[in-house]
Design a protein around this ligand. Structure first.
Ligand SMILES: NC(=O)C1=CN([C@@H]2O[C@H](COP(=O)(O)OP(=O)(O)OC[C@H]3O[C@@H](n4cnc5c(N)ncnc54)[C@H](OP(=O)(O)O)[C@@H]3O)[C@@H](O)[C@H]2O)C=CC1
Ligand SMILES: CC(=O)[C@@H](O)[C@H](O)COP(=O)(O)O
Ligand SMILES: [Mn+2]
Length: 375
């Protein structure tokens, strides 16, 4: 099944998207030349033993042990790994921490298979500017955006009436009516996808869908009024495009991220995958989201309409709030509350790399102060 062997760098290799990317590389016989991970020493050890990458970056706390396990292992800064000679770089480090690696890959003119939605939300126009200069391609991995990307192929953007993102609705779609006593354990039970903790909590508050609305605006360069959300509990239709003539195009498939990852690596080709054909669900339901119960989605729309640094600020506040919630330092309903507060403090200023860094830092500080937490 070795189509056209590619050299691949994986940023966030020990995570949910990272490990699934390595599955795809195994299927395709791709050469994994660079790995970036955090602190998961044992899994990174296995990955190095199997793939023998040319270069590795990891959290400084595990580097000495890693180097003693692999004498002669070439280690480097994460940015150097992101810029390593390769055909594809998979950006799968969560949060704004994923942005520097994504940017380095874009500056090198690579194909960026982008899972890290936060970087597109915060810095989309700047990333596209740099991609234009370097010739980089940005292919979405996020399932909804992969679906939109596939549905938009060959279609003039002027003909698009709406991008319709589907949302599972998360674990609290129907109950409990009162969300105040939701615990991290409850919120970590996603009904359809097995993902890392940050995106799983975001799915439960519908903030993930809010980020995805902002991500779609930047990826596909459409006004936010054209981006809609439909709850679709089966998560089988991954998203749809409604055209001005009334036609809808959608991409459907099983809830397995390896399909979206493989597509981002092989586009425009569609080589076979070893996944078994999954049955099509008997019922496909769609209905509008309840933004009174899940105000984080409405706040993302508000940030999108505000523009400028508002999405940066909202994302930063959410990163602090989710971490504090996971550590048991705040209640579940504090998450949308702090988003609303911090969004109101959005500083004025153009979208520049310096202003993004400043707004991100300040918003984290405001969120910590408001929540009275140390995360
Ligand atoms: N999981 C999914 O199905 C989907 C995820 N996404 C997006 O993809 C991104 C990744 O998500 P996911 O795979 O779930 O996340 P995980 O939490 O599962 O994995 C995160 C990975 O990033 C590494 N990492 C975390 N922080 C740093 C850092 N500061 N420097 C270097 N490495 C770091 C972790 O290392 P370690 O564990 O070794 O510490 C791990 O390898 C997110 O932006 C998410 O929104 C989008 C669609 C679907
Ligand atoms: C798999 C993927 O792309 C996730 O971002 C997914 O969208 C999360 O599910 P929700 O629809 O519940 O947010
Ligand atoms: Mn998604």
């Amino acid at each position: 099944m070795n189509d056209n062997p590619k050299r691949v760098v994986v940023l966030g290799s020990t995570g949910s998207i990272g490990t699934q990317t390595l599955d795809v590389c195994r299927w395709r016989g791709y050469r994994v030349v660079g790995l970036v991970a955090g602190k998961n020493l044992e899994l990174l050890t296995q990955q190095i033993a199997e793939f023998r990458p040319e270069v590795v970056a990891a959290d400084p706390s595990i580097l000495p042990e890693l180097e003693s396990r692999f004498p002669g292992l070439r280690t480097a800064d994460a940015l150097e790994v992101a810029a390593w000679p390769a055909e594809v770089v998979v950006g799968a480090i969560p949060g704004l921490a994923g942005l520097p690696g994504v940017r380095a890959a874009v500056q090198q003119g690579r194909r960026l298979a982008l899972a890290n939605k936060e970087s597109m939300v915060a810095a989309g126009p700047l990333l596209w500017q740099e991609a234009e200069q370097s010739g980089a391609e940005i292919i979405p991995v996020d399932s909804e955006h992969s679906a939109l990307f596939q549905s938009l192929l060959g279609e003039p953007l002027d003909d698009v009436a709406e991008l319709i993102l589907t949302a599972s609705g998360g674990p609290f779609l129907r109950e409990p009516a009162d969300l105040s006593s939701v615990t991290p354990q409850m919120a970590l039970q996603h009904p359809r996808w097995k993902m890392g903790p940050k995106v799983t909590i975001d799915s439960s508050t519908l903030f993930n869908k809010g980020l995805e609305v902002l991500e779609a605006v930047q990826l596909f360069k459409v006004p936010i009024e054209k981006v809609k959300v439909q709850i679709h509990p089966q998560s089988y239709v991954h998203s749809m495009v409604r055209f001005q003539d009334g036609n809808l195009k959608a991409q459907l498939g099983p809830t397995d991220m390896r399909l979206a990852i493989q597509y981002a690596l092989t586009h425009p080709q569609r080589p076979p995958s070893p996944l078994r054909e999954a049955p099509i669900p008997e019922r496909l339901e769609f209905y509008p989201p309840d933004t009174r119960r899940f105000p984080a989605l409405a706040l993302a729309y508000e940030a999108g309409r505000m523009g400028g640094l508002a999405p940066v600020v909202l994302n930063a506040a959410d990163e602090i709030a989710v971490e504090a919630f996971l550590q048991g330092q705040i209640g579940y309903l504090e998450i949308p509350r702090v988003l609303e507060k911090v969004l109101q403090q959005t500083p004025a200023g153009a979208l520049t790399w310096d202003n993004i860094a400043y707004a991100d830092l300040e918003a984290r500080r405001w969120a910590r102060e408001y929540l009275k937490v140390k995360v």
